[in-house]
Design a protein around this ligand. Structure first.
Ligand SMILES: Cc1cc2nc3c(=O)[nH]c(=O)nc-3n(C[C@H](O)[C@H](O)[C@H](O)COP(=O)(O)O)c2cc1C
Length: 198
């Protein structure tokens, strides 16, 4: 590899990146002090090691979406939200349990779009006192309506054993394998669904 290739990457590497699917890792919580950025960063690190897709963290908080249709709400972030979701071929939702369901912020962000979600695959990584299981089951129903194909394997993180004091993320060793098994299902489904969308 020549000097310039080392600096800028080879043409083959560039072509590989372009042909790989884009997977958005969506942070479902937006509150101050949230732990979702820690969980999202961990999933991205594991995913990037695989080298099988272009993984991007997507933070709903960055788009400052008002409630859908809210009078007087500043919806200037809505176009960028549509654009970033349209660019993805698949998703990993980082889901936290709020009152036995998903956050209002994630529900609102899902409601904002329709076509942009459709015919794409998704995996779910959740956390809560019982691993975010109840929120995940609610999300699966919503994703069905949006034509998102969510895979079976579901890493479920416990606030008691995968976090210290419920705030510092320290995942048990077994959880990394679960993320990889989930991605092993998301990537082929993403590839398959690309063929009916593109
Ligand atoms: C409004 C609210 C409701 C919650 N309800 C539940 C719940 O029903 N079940 C549960 O396991 N945890 C519940 N929790 C705990 C959250 O899962 C935990 O605080 C988690 O860290 C929230 O994710 P975040 O830090 O990314 O916002 C709730 C937290 C909040 C803020």
């Amino acid at each position: 590899m020549g000097f310039f290739d080392k600096l800028f990457g080879t043409k083959q590497e560039e072509e590989k990146t372009m042909s790989k699917s884009n997977i958005g890792i969506i942070l479902g919580s937006t509150r101050e002090g949230r732990v979702s950025p820690q969980v999202g960063a961990w999933v991205k690190e594991l995913a990037d090691k695989r080298g099988d897709a272009n993984y991007t963290i997507i933070d709903i908080a960055d788009y400052k979406l008002p409630l859908l249709g809210e009078a007087g709400g500043d919806a200037s972030g809505a176009a960028a939200w549509s654009e970033i979701i349209a660019k993805q071929d698949g998703f990993v939702f980082i889901v936290q349990e709020y009152n036995h369901s998903i956050t209002g912020a994630l529900k609102n962000a899902l409601d904002y779009l329709r076509e942009e979600w459709g015919n794409k695959a998704a995996g779910i990584v959740s956390y809560g006192s019982v691993g975010g299981a109840r929120a995940t089951e609610h999300l699966r129903g919503i994703l069905g309506e949006l034509l998102v194909a969510d895979v079976r394997v579901h890493p479920a993180l416990s606030l008691f054993t995968d976090f210290e004091n419920g705030t510092v993320f320290k995942p048990a060793d077994v959880q990394a394998a679960s993320v990889n098994q989930m991605l092993d299902q998301v990537i082929p489904w993403t590839t398959a669904l690309n063929t009916i969308r593109k």
